[in-house]
Design a protein around this ligand. Structure first.
Ligand SMILES: Cc1ncc(COP(=O)(O)O)c(C=O)c1O
Length: 398
C-alpha cells in the first residue's frame, strides 16, 4: 500500500490499526500459483489471519480449520463446508457430529490420534455417512501419529464403509527457509507414502503438506530471490504431483505481505542517552517470527518517510509499546530522523498471525474463565469464558 493510502486509513480510523490489502492478497496468491506446479492445490491455514478469509476463500482450494471458533467464523461467513479441512490436535466431538450429521460433506477431517479416529468413525456410523479423512503423520512432536500407527489404521480401515481414507497430512513447522531441509522432508515423506502403499496395497490419493514457506522479515537474504526459491521447491514437488494430489497447507506465506500494522507515537524521551518513542500499540498486537525483544529490525518505516532515506541516519529510536513491561519493544535503534509525537509507524508484512496469535486470541478459542479464591478458600467466578470468534470475524462496518 502507498503511504498516502495508509495515512488515510490512520486518519480515518485511528491507530493502532491493522490494514489488510486485498489487492496484495490476490497478487500474492497469483504469484504463489505461478511458481508452484500447475495442479498443486492451496489450503489456507486460517489461524494465520481470519479477517481475510472472505477474500481468500474465493481464490484458494480449501481452508484448514483448527478449532470450533474457526469453524463458527466459516459458518457465519457462509463458506461452503466442502471447502473445510477440519484439523487440529483437540477436536470437539459435538462439532464433528454436527458437521457429519448436516449431510453437507467437508473436504476432509484430519486424524491426529486413535481416539480422534474413534470419534470421527462413530459419528459417521451414527449418521450413516462415509467421511473423508487425512491421517496426520507425526514429525516427532505431540501432533499426528507414529508411522506404524498410521500403517495400522490404513490396514484396519482400508475397507471401512464409514471412512474414506484420502491420504496423509504432514506439517512440521513454520518459516523453513532452507531448500535442503524441505528436500529432505519431502523425500522422507515420499518414501513413507510409497512404503505404506507397498505394505498395505492401499492407494494414497492425497498428500496434504504444510511446507512452512518462509517470509523474509529481516532482509536476512536467505530467500532474497523468492521466485527462485519457489521454483526450486516446485521442482521437488513435481514428481509427487504426477502420482497423487498434492495440497499445500499455507498460512504465513499467503497473508504476511498483505498486512500493515499502524501505530502512532504518543510520547518521546531520551533516557540515559537513548531515544525512546512510546507508541499506542505494542508487542501483544505485532507478532513477527523470531522477534523477541526486537533483536532484529523488522520491516518498518515512518509514514511519509522512506526506510531507504532514513537508513544510515544517526537519529535512532527505540520503539516501545504501551504495555507495562520492558519486553514491549517493537524496534530497537531504528533510524528515524525527526520522529515526534503523532508520527505514524508502519510495520509491514504484518498480515500473518499478528491479529490472531496475540496468544489469547490464537485459533479463536474461548478465553479462559477467571476465578478468584478468597481468604476462606472459596472460589469466585469473576469472568466467564469469552468467545473470541466474535472478535475474529470480519463484518462490514463502514
Ligand atoms: C497443521 C498446520 N498446517 C499449516 C500451518 C500453516 O503454517 P505456516 O503459517 O507456516 O504456513 C500450520 C501452522 O501452525 C499448521 O499447524
Amino acid at each position: 500500500m502507498t503511504d498516502n493510502e495508509l495515512t488515510r486509513c490512520a486518519t480515518t480510523f485511528g491507530t493502532p490499526l491493522y490494514v489488510y490489502d486485498e489487492r496484495e492478497l490476490r497478487a500474492r496468491v497469483a504469484f504463489l500459483r505461478e511458481h508452484l506446479p500447475e495442479h498443486v492445490e492451496l489450503c489456507y491455514a486460517m489461524k494465520a489471519n481470519t479477517f481475510v478469509v472472505p477474500e481468500l476463500e474465493q481464490i484458494v482450494d480449501g481452508l484448514e480449520v483448527c478449532s470450533p471458533g474457526e469453524e463458527s467464523i466459516c459458518a457465519e461467513l457462509g463458506i461452503s463446508q466442502d471447502k473445510l479441512v477440519i484439523s487440529g490436535v483437540h477436536k470437539d466431538a459435538d462439532l464433528i457430529d454436527a458437521l457429519v450429521s448436516s449431510g453437507a460433506p467437508v473436504r476432509a477431517y484430519t486424524v491426529e490420534s486413535l481416539s480422534q479416529l474413534e470419534m470421527i468413525t462413530s459419528s459417521a456410523v451414527r449418521h450413516g455417512a462415509r467421511v473423508p479423512v487425512l491421517l496426520r503423520l507425526t514429525s516427532g512432536s505431540q501432533f499426528g501419529m507414529d508411522a506404524s500407527v498410521v500403517e495400522d489404521v490404513v490396514r484396519d480401515h482400508a475397507a471401512d464403509p464409514a471412512l474414506d481414507i484420502l491420504g496423509i497430512q504432514y506439517f512440521s513447522g513454520t518459516q523453513k527457509d532452507s531448500i535442503k531441509r524441505l528436500s529432505r522432508e519431502l523425500a522422507k515423506l515420499d518414501a513413507f507414502v510409497h512404503g505404506l502403499e507397498e505394505e498395505t496395497g492401499f492407494s494414497i490419493r492425497v498428500l496434504e503438506f504444510g511446507p512452512g514457506l518462509p517470509v523474509d522479515y529481516y532482509d536476512a537474504g536467505k530467500i532474497a530471490d523468492e521466485a527462485a526459491f519457489l521454483d526450486e521447491f516446485a521442482d521437488l514437488l513435481r514428481p509427487i504431483t504426477s502420482q497423487r494430489r498434492v495440497v499445500l497447507e499455507l498460512g504465513r506465506s499467503v497473508v504476511a505481505s498483505c498486512g500493515t500494522y499502524l501505530t502512532s507515537v504518543v510520547d518521546t524521551k531520551t533516557n540515559v542517552g537513548s531515544n525512546y518513542a512510546i507508541v499506542d500499540g505494542g508487542m501483544h498486537q505485532l507478532v513477527y517470527y523470531a522477534h523477541a525483544m526486537a533483536l532484529r529490525l523488522p520491516p518498518v518505516h515512518v509514514l511519509g518517510q522512506s526506510a531507504d532515506a532514513a537508513a544510515g541516519e544517526t537519529d535512532e529510536w527505540n520503539i516501545c509499546g504501551s504495555l507495562c513491561t520492558t519486553s514491549d519493544i517493537l524496534a530497537k535503534r531504528m533510524p528515524a530522523p525527526g520522529l515526534e509525537v503523532g508520527s505514524v509507524l508502519a510495520f509491514e508484512k504484518a498480515g500473518a498471525y499478528c491479529s490472531t496469535e496475540g496468544m489469547l486470541m490464537f485459533l479463536s478459542r474461548d478465553l479462559p474463565k477467571i476465578v478468584v479464591v478468597d481468604e476462606k478458600g472459596e472460589p469466585h467466578l469473576v469472568r466467564d469464558g469469552l468467545r473470541t470468534d466474535v472478535m475474529n470475524t470480519p463484518r462490514s462496518l463502514s
